[in-house]
Design a protein around this ligand. Structure first.
Ligand code: CP3
Length: 355
């Protein structure tokens, strides 16, 4: 690949680079004061996601502050249930709430029209792509079907025992729900790629605590189906799969799902990442988001360790989970500056003393 190809895409194509590309999960929103200001202007979080001008602004805010190698579109994994006819809202200070699960047949009928209901996200991607420098990549995303299903079944964020029990109590119903989600998610990702997303990430945030056979059925199989459907539509953008919490089952995941990149969570060992790289995957991760918030010498040391352990193969520097809302901006700047070798001063942080 030539030098003008965004670093993120070169890493996902399997290149070992002179330094890894860097971006952070949940870099848009939450921790930035300018995001909180923008947020006050939106009626609610869902309307914010469906407003291309505002969502593009939120996507670009971290790109102005930090020399991140990639932007991730400002949206949420819970927009799909909304597009399938389930009510979704965010309770201030508490998180997502969903209305009763619609009948599977009704949701299956809604799949066809679901992408049109998410067209605002395509508009956001076009606006961002038009502003973002060509050497910085734009990432589109969706939730993993199982993770989205846990919210749809339980109606809120939780310990997910109810959803995991559902996998045993009503296997046919869960499989039917996952099929609907695979289909709508694949269409949504195709739309995102056609609107300017250059890489596609599947956030399976609740891939923990699953037995090996269940993991195969409700995580691996749906992810493989999504990638195959998106590829069948002619989309060539690389995928990053994020089976968070999968532990030892990450090897099963990497062997069976044709994603180019595997995002690793905080627990990932150096050996696991190297094993995946040797098997032809690009690895992404896995700095502890709590350590990023705390900062100090321990943070600096961990950044060096991660760079050392995985820079010998295709690697994308990132967190093991999203940026915590109360993370000091200076800590983000310091890490991004270290990884990129670029002073963050140039990106609007004068006087922060981080360069
Ligand atoms: O990464 C980014 O910067 C892009 C945007 C993005 C958001 N959510 C914006 C958001 C992405 C990639 C997500 C993914 C997401 N959403 C996941 C998977 C990743 C993960 O962190 O596990 C999940 C589980 C959700 C569902 C969700 N959305 C929850 C549980 C919450 C409430 C708690 C929280 O994290 O704030 C949200 C809200 C949400 N999604 C916010 C943002 C910026 C905060 C909303 C606000 O401003 O009030």
């Amino acid at each position: 690949m030539d030098q003008t190809t965004p670093r993120l895409l070169r890493a996902l194509a399997g290149e070992t680079l002179d330094r890894p590309p860097v971006w952070f999960m949940r870099q848009a929103g939450r921790s930035l004061p300018e995001y909180r200001e923008l947020r006050t202007r939106a009626k609610d979080f869902i309307s914010f996601c469906h407003d291309p001008e505002m969502a593009a602004e939120a996507t670009l805010q971290p790109m102005r502050r930090f020399p991140m190698d990639a932007a991730i579109v400002f949206a949420d994994i819970l927009l799909i249930p909304g597009a399938l006819g389930q009510e979704v809202w965010f309770e201030a200070g508490e998180g997502p709430r969903l209305g009763p699960l619609p009948e599977i047949a009704a949701m299956r009928d809604a799949v066809e029209g679901s992408t049109a209901k998410l067209s605002a996200i395509g508009e956001t991607l076009k606006l961002v792509r038009a502003e973002l420098e060509p050497e910085r990549a734009l990432i589109g995303f969706a939730g993993g079907p199982w993770t989205v299903a846990t919210y749809m079944i339980e109606g809120r964020g939780s310990m997910r025992e109810e959803a995991r029990s559902f996998a045993y109590a009503q296997p046919e119903k869960l499989d039917a729900l996952l099929d609907v989600l695979v289909d709508s998610t694949a269409r949504y990702l195709v739309m995102q790629a056609r609107s300017g997303a250059q890489a596609l990430k599947i956030f399976e945030s609740w891939a923990d605590n699953l037995a090996e056979d269940v993991f195969e059925r409700i995580v691996i199989r749906p992810h493989r189906a999504i990638v195959e459907k998106v590829r069948a539509a002619g989309v060539t953008a690389p995928f990053i799969g994020f089976p968070r919490g999968a532990g030892a089952l990450v090897d099963n995941y990497a062997a069976a799902v044709p994603v180019e990149g595997v995002a690793l969570d905080t627990q990932a060992s150096a050996a696991l990442g190297r094993r995946l790289q040797a098997g032809g995957k690009t690895v992404q991760g896995a700095l502890d988001n709590l350590l990023l918030r705390e900062g100090g010498k321990a943070l600096d040391a961990r950044v060096e360790t991660l760079l050392e352990q995985w820079s010998g193969g295709p690697y994308i520097f990132n967190l093991g989970h999203g940026v915590m809302p109360d993370t000091p901006v200076e800590h983000i700047a310091r890490v991004v500056s270290r990884v990129t070798g670029q002073p963050v001063k140039a990106f609007g942080l004068q006087g922060a003393g981080v360069a």
